[in-house]
Design a protein around this ligand. Structure first.
Ligand code: ADP
Ligand code: MG
Length: 688
């Protein structure tokens, strides 16, 4: 079949894409692209379609010419229109590109990491010969600006000088984007590979950092240059032809009518709460309360736009603080896998963008400034699981306030101003500064997060690793059993039944695939409202909390944020049962969860009473009083001894004042840790 490719395109478009072409002609030049599905072309003429993949440049040129030549019933010329091919048969990751793909049309699947500003790029430069006045055009085909060598006017033929006429030149909007492999495609620990993509005209300015896309285009290469000249190595980039959004949010998961029936049935199960709890990280033993909270985080409250323009977030932020080795990281990983657009990252992330975003001067846009998205942007509309949050960078620390509450991240640097969206729920884990958790020390200080940041979490769980025979042996049994089940599945000659039996303890009650659909259904369809009773219930709980704070003589710790948290959580709780009304049962549930968290964080470890000061300032009043008292004692004894104070004597006096020995030793130990007192020699103390 050696017929003229232009004619072939004409026939194809007339036959299969006539309506689309008319639509395009109708809205031209606002719309300039005719999208053609590769499979349609393939069905029409497989050989022709193959040729498009193998030799895309002439094929696409022919397609463009065909658009111009087709007789249209409307009086327009589709001069600047593009044929864009979508749904290519095979998609590649950025790390799968090889040299034999150069020059071919391919589809790349990935996550947008950075985008440059959209800027005009000269396509066709108009020059005027300054000698003879001849006006001519020079097409600009490469990234390097090409100037004329001599005047094309034969009568002149001189070598200029030439003047570039901007007003007569043709420009096109252009943008460079860099995509990387999606995190879920990365094999453990591998560095994501990136690929730069050039987008022009109506494709520029369409995608943002964090978007998951398929970019179709022609893979091209250019020679690297080093300081010593041209290198034998080449770099790759994609000359973009079309893009397809692939981003899947919870809301976008497809739910078939059969799925819907299963979901509705499931929601009527009176045990649904337990079932879902048992479906979250089943390989991890215990943590019922944490798993319950994680379930609520997945179902999420919903964002509300108020008439005055403010927006209240619906995403639930959760912080897990605790001793090392208690499966915090495991929980985070599990959730980030379960949630669409879930991202797992560490606070000390290696990229420049870190958790939030940054503007970087980038080689990809001729040294233009580009915005690079960090974890919270990449997880937009999903869940960002941030491990070792205590180790995050200073820049992130301040940007996080805005990111968590307003759910935007503003970048203003070197003239680049951008506001990125970070509408994700944050699930963070933090290890205590000194390795292990100190019960007498306020949480905020031990994890190196400011109270302002802490107050943005809806729930904070403190998980300690206290030895407890019963629990320890249960965990051990659980871990041994999961490992055993894993071993069995690798053995020959073991029947599936035996494996299933062994796996039983770590089997989720609801399969992850179904759970995702269930959550997606709830998030898409269920928007429950508070009933009057629940409003009263939450209000009185909140007012009570405030009162407890007001009774102590220090600032009130519980802010309106906690009330918003209660509302979000009860919305999630109601969604979990697919109910459109928030009931007292939901209210009770979330009050129980919030209460247990507040107690862990805000309880004075000495008196066991809820202490306002613990959250507000990070130190409980009684601890602060005792610390001050002991410091005074040390000073006193120092003066008496005209030097340093013997520990023994300090402890005795503390005991006289009603602080038992054990407690006093604790407080002294901590003061030493913070450098408030020093031990010049063994058994003696001094205030520096
Ligand atoms: P962390 O991040 O808290 O330091 P990890 O998530 O790295 O801890 O967990 C360490 C290991 O201990 C993991 O392999 C985890 O599976 C195991 N582990 C700890 N606690 C439990 C538990 N309750 N149930 C099952 N496994 C556990
Ligand atoms: Mg860890």
């Amino acid at each position: 079949m050696s017929s003229d490719p232009v004619a072939k395109w004409e026939v194809f478009v007339r036959n299969r894409y006539w309506d689309e072409l008319l639509e395009l002609a109708d809205s031209y030049p606002e719309r300039r692209s005719l999208l053609i599905s590769f499979s349609d072309l393939d069905r029409y003429d497989p050989e022709f379609a193959d040729d498009l993949l193998e030799n895309p440049d002439p094929a696409l040129d022919a397609a463009g010419t065909a658009l111009l030549e087709i007789d249209l019933p409307i009086d327009v010329v589709l001069e600047e229109a593009h044929v864009r091919i979508v749904e290519l048969p095979q998609r590649f990751n950025t790390s799968e590109l090889r040299s034999d793909q150069i020059g071919k049309m391919i589809a790349i699947d990935g996550l947008v990491r950075t985008v440059t500003e959209v800027r005009p790029k000269i396509n066709s430069a108009a020059f005027e010969c300054q000698r003879c006045g001849h006006l001519f055009y020079k097409e600009q085909t490469s990234s390097k600006f090409q100037e004329p060598y001599d005047c094309p006017n034969e009568a002149c033929d001189r070598r200029g000088p030439f003047k570039l006429l901007l007003s007569k030149s043709r420009f096109v909007d252009a943008q460079n984007v860099r995509i990387q492999e999606s995190p879920e495609d990365l094999r453990g620990g591998a560095q994501p590979q990136t690929l730069d993509v050039q987008l022009e005209d109506d494709m520029a300015g369409q995608i943002y950092p964090g978007d998951r896309v398929i970019l179709n285009g022609i893979l091209r290469s250019y020679q690297r240059t080093t300081q010593t000249g041209k290198s034998t190595y080449f770099d790759l980039y994609l000359d973009g032809n079309s893009m397809e959004m692939t981003e899947q949010e919870f809301e976008e998961i497809e739910i078939s009518p059969e799925d819907k029936k299963i979901i509705l049935d499931l929601s009527k199960n009176p045990e649904i709460y337990d079932e879902i709890k048992r479906s979250i990280a089943p390989s991890i033993y215990g943590y019922d309360d944490v798993k319950e909270a994680l379930a609520l985080q997945l179902f999420s409250g919903f964002a509300k736009a108020l008439p005055d323009g403010t927006r209240i977030r619906g995403d639930i932020h959760i912080l897990l603080v605790g001793d090392p080795g208690i499966a915090k990281s495991q929980l985070l990983r599990y959730i980030s896998k379960l949630s669409p657009r879930g991202i797992y990252t560490s606070g000390k992330s290696s990229t420049a963008a870190g958790l939030t975003a940054t503007a970087v001067k980038d080689e990809l846009g001729d040294g233009r400034w580009t915005i690079e998205a960090g974890a919270l942007v990449l997880a937009d509309k999903g869940i960002a699981a941030v491990d070792e949050m205590d180790k995050m960078r200073k820049e992130d620390r301040s940007a996080l306030h805005e990111a968590m509450e307003q759910q935007t991240i503003s970048v203003a640097k070197a003239g680049v101003m951008a506001t990125l969206k970070s509408r994700c729920a944050l699930l963070a884990a933090a290890n205590p500064k000194y390795g292990r958790f100190d019960k007498y020390e306020p949480v905020a200080q031990q994890i190196n997060l400011s109270p302002a940041l802490m107050s943005r979490f809806d729930l904070i769980f403190v998980l300690t690793d206290d030895p407890n025979d019963q629990r320890d042996s249960a965990i051990a049994g659980h871990i041994l059993q999961s490992n055993y089940a894993g071993e069995l599945s690798l053995q020959d000659g073991v029947s599936q039944d035996e494996i299933d039996l062994a796996m039983k303890v770590i089997q989720p009650a609801i399969e992850p695939e179904l759970l995702r659909k269930y959550i997606a259904y709830a998030r898409k369809n269920i928007f429950p409202t508070l009933t009057e009773e629940v409003k009263d219930q939450l209000k009185s709980y909140y007012v009570n909390l405030r009162k407890q704070g007001a009774d102590s003589d220090k600032p009130v710790p519980v802010t309106a944020r906690q009330l918003e948290a209660l509302i979000r959580l009860s919305e999630a709780s109601s969604r979990l049962r697919l109910r459109n009304e928030i009931t007292l049962e939901d209210g009770e549930r979330v009050i129980r969860i919030v209460e247990s968290c507040l107690r862990q964080v805000g309880v004075d470890p000495e008196t066991g009473l809820f202490d306002a000061d613990v959250i507000a300032t990070g130190i409980s009043k009684s601890t602060r009083d005792k610390t001050r008292l002991i410091k005074d004692l040390i000073r006193e004894v120092c003066t008496e001894h005209q030097g340093s104070a013997p520990v023994e004597e300090v402890l005795e006096r503390a005991e006289e004042q009603g602080i038992d020995r054990h407690r006093a030793e604790d407080i002294i130990g901590r003061m030493r840790l913070y450098g408030e007192i020093i031990e010049p020699r063994n058994g003696f103390l001094k205030i520096p």
